[in-house]
Design a binder for this molecule. Sequence first.
Ligand code: SGN
Ligand code: CA
Length: 519
Amino acid sequence: MISRRNFLKQAGGAAAAATFAGAVNGWASGTDRPNILWIYSDDHAQNAVSAYGGRLAQAAPTPNIDRIAREGMLFRNSFVTNSICGPCRAVVLTGLHSHLNGFRKNGDRFDGEQQTFPKLLRNSGYQTALFGKWHLESEPTGFDAWEILPGQGHYYNPDFITPDGRVREEGYVTDIITDKALGWLENDRNNEQPFMLMVQHKAPHREWEPSPRHHHLFDGVTIPEPDNLFDDYSGRGTAAHEQDMTIAKTMRLGPDLKVWSEEQKKGPEAKRTYGRMNESQRAAWDAAYDPENKAFIEANLEGDDLVRWKYQRYMKDYLKCIAAIDDNVGRLLDYLEKTGLDKNTVVFYSSDQSFYLGEHGWFDKRFIYEESLRTPLLARWPGLIPAGSEASQMAQNLDCAETFLDIAGLPVPDNMQGRSLVPLMRGESPADWRKSIYYHYYEGEGKVHNVYKHYGVRTERYKLAYFYTLDEWEFYDLQKDPNEMRSEYENPAYAEQVQALKTELARLREHYRVPEDDL
Ligand code: SGN
Ligand code: CA
């Protein structure tokens, strides 16, 4: 953990000197400390950010998000602690694993009385604001201004909870959240204070409803499939077999894939979509979906062909939602540039967690497997982060709170469990950087998507997971089997590595103070 003094020392390097000369002088009064802009989406897969490369980069580029990496840093190995929405948000706010911040599963209630980084920043003179998805049940604390979506929120004409009550806004949720953030920057920002602004999108969360302006974005395009779209889960344990998150079986033709009969369009299931649209939104929607749906119904697809069609529809809707996010990231970056705020604002882009885009035949998240263990993380900090740089060290959402405090030159409370990413942002390679991460998913079997509870450890090369209610272990060699198609837990050739990871897992559980009976 770096103290404020160390940070100042580190910030005094040649490249940073110019940027920080004013900042250092101003820190006593808090006026020139860097602003922080945190853009956070919901279920945005690392594989759907083109800066990360991957199979979708060409078909669905994200130029504005990529700009953050081009002018800043991409965290190549960025992970979460518990791959589900509310818990990830609680980890970001507190810098504590779920068992200590008390928010283990969606539906838990965040204790807003506890220490969070927005409160610490605000107490030190930052102006703090939050717009968009929150999903922590209790009302936000530690913000000068906030407007949040109720629960998951809606894509069309969304409601917002504000300190003064509920309001309904006309338009598309991703645009509106950005409008609110830009409005706050323009009208409510206090020039005498640095700011910390959290812009938290609902998109691209299920049920992936695109904006009218993107309905035809992928017409005539075929989205590449992952190699393991038709995974049969042999070589894995009970959890992979019994999950309920496949494109083949779980994904619903109506709500998820927008194939509704005229009768269904009026029914309760369609309420979340159609029930919220105005006439022109609905007309644009039907004009886009109805002809394709008609062709689909006539084709009467079955088996693998049906899965392939569903995959295309799913991916196109999902990627269209991301196109709107990318537009809106561009709007924020443009505003910063136009106002000159870009020079002293650290911009982050991340997502609560990643998502399966057909890998293993799945959508959703929850598992310790790579696609949902990872999350995108990009940062731009002119004068400190060398443009176009990349960090390969393991970063985790657990590090966010400490990173933000460090940027603000504040001391890090002893109880926080992450580590400031600022040294990595400066291009350093601390010798004592973590060699492993701890993961713990609590929501469990019987709940939506039926993913068994598990905890585990990942190192640079290996991964060990313990599905504790099943008493089943899985072990992967990520170098030889990057898609995690075969657990090597029983393979005697790996006995030594399995044992080493078991020891490491026990060490991490002790280090993070996970109670033995925390199930
Ligand atoms: C809803 C979704 C699930 C999703 C959870 C949690 N179903 O229940 O698919 O896993 O939210 O998502 S839906 O039919 O309502 O879309 S999370 O991002 O909030 O954790
Ligand atoms: Ca999420």
